[in-house]
Design a binder for this molecule. Structure first.
Ligand SMILES: [Zn+2]
Length: 355
C-alpha cells in the first residue's frame, strides 16, 4: 500500500472513532441521537458476512438470485423490491444492549437467530424477484397474497397446517408469511423437513410445493432486479428515543406503571430481604403450575398467561425484587395478580400478537 493509502486509512479510522463516541454514552444521551447520526455501515459488518452466507445457501440450491441488504430501523422486505432491510441495532453491541433493555429481547441477536430471520426475509425477497405469488398454484397453496394483514391474529398453536420457524406461529399471520416461513424451513441446511413434518400432511404439502417451485426457477435470472434501498438508516432522522417510543407502543411491550406498583406490594426491594430468594426465581419455580391454573379458570390460552407471566418475571428482575412473605402466601397472591393482568390483557385485546 502507498504512503497516501496509509494516510487515508488512518484518517478514515479516526473519523470513524469520532463518530462512534456514543459507544460510551449512558442510555439517556444515546437516546437523543438520530438514527442517521449513528454512522453505522452494513459493508464490512458481521451482518454482511451473514448475508453472504445466505447467498451461499441459495447458491447451494441452484438459485442464482442474491438479495441485497441494508441497514434500516426494522426487519422487512419492501413491496416490489427484492431485498432485505436489517435493523441497525444488530450492527453494534452497544445498540443490541439498548434494544434488549427497551424491548426485552433482541430479534436476530445471535448468529443462529439472525440467519433464521434472514431466511424468512429471503422468502419474501425471492417471491418479489420471481413474482411467485402471481401464480395460480401459489394462491392455491398459500391463499390470497393481497388479503389485508390483520391488525391482530389468533394463532392456533395445535395446527399442523403451518410450519414452525419464527416464534408465535407466525406462518398463520398471512399467506405471505406462511410462504416466507415455509421457504425458510426449506432453505435451512440440514432442516430435514421431510422427516420433521412427515405427520403434518398440510404443512408437508406446502414444503413439497416450495421444493418443486425452486427446482423450476433454479438457474433462472430474476424478473425484478431493483437494487433500491428503502428507508436506509442514513436517511432516518428520528432519534432513538422517538424510535423506541413508537416500537414499544407497536409491540405492546410497554408495561403499565401500576403493574410495577403491584409487584412491589407482593415482593420487596428492601435491604432486609437481601438474602431471600429473588422474586423472579420464585415465579419461575411455580411458573407451570400457576400458568395452568390461571389458564383453566380464565379460559385464556396458556400462551397468553405465560406471556403475562414472563412480563412479571422480567419486571421483578429489573426491579431487583425479593421474597418478603411466606412462599404459600406469595403463591396465592401471585395467582391472583396473574389472573387480574391476564383478564386485563384479554379485555384490551392485547393477547393477540401484533404482526
Ligand atoms: Zn415476514
Amino acid at each position: 500500500m502507498s504512503a497516501t493509502g496509509q494516510r487515508t486509512t488512518k484518517t478514515v479510522t479516526k473519523r470513524r472513532q469520532r463518530r462512534r463516541a456514543w459507544v460510551g454514552y449512558p442510555d439517556s444521551e444515546l437516546l437523543q441521537l438520530r438514527l442517521s447520526d449513528l454512522g453505522l455501515r452494513f459493508e464490512g459488518s458481521v451482518l454482511e458476512r451473514r448475508v453472504k452466507r445466505l447467498h451461499r445457501e441459495l447458491a447451494d440450491r441452484g438459485i442464482r438470485f442474491k438479495p441485497h441488504a441494508w441497514l434500516s430501523s426494522e426487519w422487512f422486505s419492501p413491496d416490489g423490491v427484492p431485498g432485505i432491510a436489517i435493523p441497525f441495532y444488530l450492527a453494534h453491541p452497544r445498540l443490541m444492549k439498548l434494544e434488549a433493555k427497551k424491548m426485552l429481547e433482541v430479534e436476530g441477536g445471535t448468529a443462529a437467530s439472525c440467519m433464521r430471520v434472514l431466511r424468512h426475509e429471503a422468502g419474501h425477497a425471492i417471491d418479489t424477484a420471481f413474482r411467485l405469488h402471481f401464480k395460480k398454484s401459489w394462491r392455491e397453496t398459500f391463499g390470497h397474497y393481497s388479503q389485508p394483514y390483520p391488525k391482530y391474529y389468533r394463532p392456533k398453536p395445535n395446527s399442523r397446517s403451518f410450519v414452525l420457524h419464527l416464534e408465535a406461529w407466525y406462518a398463520q399471520a398471512h399467506p405471505a408469511e406462511d410462504w416466507a416461513e415455509t421457504f425458510a424451513i426449506w432453505l435451512t441446511p440440514r432442516s430435514n423437513w421431510r422427516q420433521q413434518y412427515r405427520d403434518w400432511p398440510a404443512a408437508l404439502q406446502k414444503l413439497e410445493y416450495v421444493d418443486e417451485l425452486m427446482r423450476q426457477i433454479a438457474g433462472r435470472s430474476p424478473a425484478v432486479t431493483s437494487r433500491v434501498k428503502v428507508e436506509p438508516l442514513s436517511q432516518l432522522k428520528k432519534t432513538l428515543a422517538q424510535h423506541y417510543r413508537w416500537k414499544t407502543k407497536r409491540y405492546g411491550a410497554e408495561w403499565p406503571e401500576f403493574y410495577d406498583r403491584d409487584l412491589r406490594r407482593l415482593f420487596s426491594d428492601d435491604g432486609r430481604y437481601a438474602r431471600r430468594p429473588t422474586a423472579a426465581s420464585f415465579l419461575r419455580s411455580i411458573r407451570r403450575e400457576i400458568r395452568e391454573t390461571v389458564a383453566e379458570w380464565t379460559g385464556a390460552h396458556p400462551y397468553t398467561v405465560d406471556h403475562v407471566l414472563q412480563d412479571m418475571i422480567d419486571h421483578c428482575r429489573r426491579l431487583k425484587l425479593r421474597m418478603a412473605r411466606s412462599p404459600n402466601r406469595a403463591k396465592t397472591e401471585a395467582v391472583i395478580l396473574l389472573t387480574v393482568h391476564t383478564m386485563n390483557c384479554l379485555l384490551a385485546g392485547r393477547h393477540e400478537i401484533p404482526v
